[in-house]
Design a protein around this ligand. Structure first.
Ligand code: LMR
Length: 338
């Protein structure tokens, strides 16, 4: 990985998190979304719980909205210890060499949140976090946001509607392949630049859960949204490993407990935040919302499912099969309950 000059400076200083003059341990928690999103609110919840549970030994400073770092920079900053905690979307771990995370980007792989949580909290999640340890990063938990919807300045109903559309994506090869499978022209862009990119026509459209769409005011610059739920956006809450391992054991235990509670809170509000955001987009009356019909959804499925196979070697066949297995298991349990 190449580091920017500023990051080299941080590296030279050997910063990895330390106590301030008052003797408090500082956790800088940087993220790229608005404070009133599932991730933004959960970061604040964690701060409150962490400070309470450590009886003031730890101070958590939350920096939302890419105030401190943009997408790629925040990953570098974490590895170098310039910040101690992040919650990047799962799509952002590929570029650091953890390509297994891209399983979460595969189109239509999670039939429900139940399947998703079992994947996150089970063996697959453990495997992904083990991979991070080799990168100087410790994974603490997974947070939720929601399934993604498409937006642009023209209606998107059939696959043909995507032909030639410049669509902003996160830096994930699976997302790149997904947009290409639809006939679109994907462009990687940092989250903080999407509003301006759409406004100035650098890109024509994008995909995100509605909570991100609304809180970044994308409805001001996108005339159409299709409720497609074609893929998923969630987060891994991660810390700098050296910092984490160096904490006094009682502090680490208290922080783990705070994170556990913050995760329950986060998963509880994620869907509600997205439902509320959708109601607000509707109320703004600037974006026409279209829900895919069954026939259209089937057409999208057909176009996108080959992406699973395409990434089998990169993500790992075992990981993809494990997700399919969990989905089948959940379906069986639901069937048995009927
Ligand atoms: C994006 O870049 O679209 C998202 O990852 C932003 C986020 O963190 O939810």
């Amino acid at each position: 990985m190449k580091f920017s000059t500023a990051m080299m400076f941080v590296l030279a200083l050997g910063v990895s998190g330390f106590a301030n003059a008052a003797g408090e341990i500082i956790i800088k928690f940087s993220h790229v979304v608005a404070p009133d999103t599932p991730k933004g609110r959960a970061a604040e919840k964690f701060k409150q719980l962490a400070e309470e549970k450590t009886k003031g030994k730890v101070k958590v400073e939350v920096y939302p909205n890419s105030q401190l770092y943009k997408d790629r920079e925040e990953m570098e900053a974490l590895q170098l210890g310039a910040v101690q905690m992040l919650a990047p979307s799962l799509s952002k771990f590929g570029p650091m060499g953890a390509r297994e995370f891209e399983v979460f980007d595969l189109p239509y792989i999670f039939p429900s949140k139940e399947v998703l949580y079992r994947v996150m909290d089970g063996e697959v999640g453990k495997k992904l976090f083990a991979k991070l340890e080799t990168k100087g990063v410790t994974g603490l938990t997974f947070w939720d946001n929601g399934f993604k919807e498409m937006s642009a300045n023209k209606p998107m109903r059939t696959v043909a509607d995507f032909k030639g559309l410049k669509m902003r994506i996160q830096s994930s090869k699976v997302l790149d392949a997904t947009m290409k499978a639809l006939g679109a022209n994907p462009q990687v862009m940092a989250f903080s630049e999407v509003y301006t990119g759409l406004q100035q026509g650098v890109v024509d459209g994008t995909e995100n859960p509605v909570s991100n769409f609304y809180t970044q005011k994308m409805h001001e610059v996108q005339k159409h949204m299709t409720i497609s739920d074609h893929n998923y956006l969630g987060y891994a809450v991660v810390v700098n490993k050296k910092f984490w391992d160096g904490l006094p054991a009682d502090v680490r235990t208290a922080l783990e407990s705070a994170m556990k509670e913050a995760t329950v809170f986060e998963r509880d509000i994620a869907q509600k935040e997205n439902d509320e955001a959708l109601a607000k987009v509707k109320a703004a009356k600037t974006t026409e919302i279209y829900v895919l019909s069954l026939k259209e959804r089937i057409e999208w499925h057909k176009a996108l499912l080959p992406v699973h196979k395409e990434f089998e070697d990169v993500i790992g066949k075992d990981i993809i099969q494990a997700v399919y297995g969990i989905a089948a298991q959940v379906a069986k349990e639901h069937h048995a309950m009927k």
